[in-house]
Design a protein around this ligand. Structure first.
Ligand SMILES: C[S@@+](CC[C@H](N)C(=O)[O-])C[C@H]1O[C@@H](n2cnc3c(N)ncnc32)[C@H](O)[C@@H]1O
Ligand code: SF4
Ligand code: SF4
Length: 333
């Protein structure tokens, strides 16, 4: 056992970068304020996980040999990494049986990079998030250039890469789903799938009305508010379902090279509601940089007392963090 709750790490998830050229208005990179899309003031932009940190993680014997590696992210695109080929080569150098999944908007980087990724020895599935065709993709994927997608997809597939097309269905592209499916076959995608837009109705209407008013370098305002559930109220909540963290033996790495339990914790740091409670939970009675790969080995981080504290806290709804309760349990009281 690594600690009381983790035996061996089965999945390592990443926000590999906090960089992206696109302005998808409902992405966590952005906030809507005063009728405009602005930069999320809680996101630390233009960070990336270094090759040293990747080696630090994947050389660890605490990770299984056929580890699942997910490079989806919430505030950046993995193809924005300045040495994405080096990242992947380092993973497979230490864990040749790793299974890597990446998601990209497809417009970043050059065909040569996609060719090199396709030729790396190791299992890689690359999802292209393309929400429409030449005349509609940019309606959500603002600033993604269609011609770049075409070049990158074709370079990747022709070099032998496994590509999947993920299509978010919106009102303005629903009539093109079948045409896109056919194009995916023509281009040689292994799979085509549609998913639902997950932004809520009112958010969707809001970003729809402001998405052409993008203040590219303006940050939104910081808020002091916090949403913390009172202990008496916590007692009426179900226990958090821990299948995504302890159940699946997952850890998550953010672009500042911090190890956190899951994507929900990682995204929690990018919003005002749960930040202070999470920071308090993570750093009270602990070293300031205990979970930073810039200061510690992955092994030392996984042996830190935090993981027992997290697992113990999830045994009772009254001791669970608001983040865990709101993300992973259903209200029962
Ligand atoms: C934040 S993105 C980061 C990865 C990459 N930049 C991309 O867009 O594919 C993570 C995932 O969220 C998905 N996503 C973005 N906006 C969405 C929306 N409104 N509804 C559902 N999924 C969305 C993307 O397609 C992607 O698979
Ligand atoms: S491409 Fe991905 S990371 Fe970039 S803005 Fe869109 S959803 Fe966010
Ligand atoms: S939010 Fe909490 S309970 Fe849910 S997966 Fe993350 S750490 Fe586990």
């Amino acid at each position: 056992m690594i600690n009381k709750y983790y035996d061996k790490i089965q999945v390592v998830e990443f926000d590999l970068t906090s960089t992206c050229q696109a302005y998808c208005a409902s992405c966590s990179r952005y906030v809507i304020e005063d009728g405009a899309v602005k930069l999320n003031p809680y996101v630390k932009f233009n960070n990336q996980v270094s090759i040293d940190a990747i080696a630090n993680i994947f050389s660890s014997e605490l990770i299984v040999e056929n580890v699942g590696v997910s490079m989806v992210g919430s505030i950046g695109d993995p193809l924005a990494h300045t040495d994405i080929v080096g990242v992947l080569e380092t993973i497979f150098k230490h864990k040749p049986k790793a299974r890597v999944v990446m998601h990209t908007n497809g417009g970043l980087g050059h065909p040569d990079t996609y060719r090199k990724i396709a030729q790396i020895e190791g299992t890689i599935k690359l999802y292209f998030s393309i929400d429409g065709l030449a005349d509609t993709n940019h309606l959500y994927r603002d600033s993604v250039v269609w011609e770049r997608i075409e070049q990158n997809v074709q370079a990747f597939i022709q070099a032998g890469g496994t590509a999947r097309w993920k299509y978010i269905v919106f009102d303005w592209n629903k009539h093109q789903v079948e045409a896109a499916r056919q194009l995916s076959q023509q281009w040689g995608f292994q799979k085509f799938e549609t998913i639902k837009d997950r932004s809520r109705g009112e958010e969707r209407d809001e970003w729809n009305s402001v998405k052409h008013n993008i203040k590219k370098k303006e940050f939104g305002r910081l808020k002091n508010e916090e949403f913390r559930i009172a202990s008496e109220k916590k007692a009426s909540w179900d226990l958090p379902d821990t299948t995504e963290c302890i159940g699946n033996q997952v850890v998550y790495i953010n672009p500042q090279e911090m190890v956190v339990p899951c994507c929900k914790w990682a995204t929690g740091f990018n919003w005002f509601e749960h930040r202070s409670e999470m920071i308090e939970f993570m750093y009270t009675d602990n070293e300031q940089d205990w979970n930073s790969l810039k200061h510690n080995s992955f092994n030392d981080i996984l042996h830190n007392k935090f993981w027992d504290k997290l697992g113990d806290s999830l045994q009772l709804s009254t001791t669970s963090c608001t983040r865990c309760l709101t993300q992973c349990s259903r209200v029962s009281g």
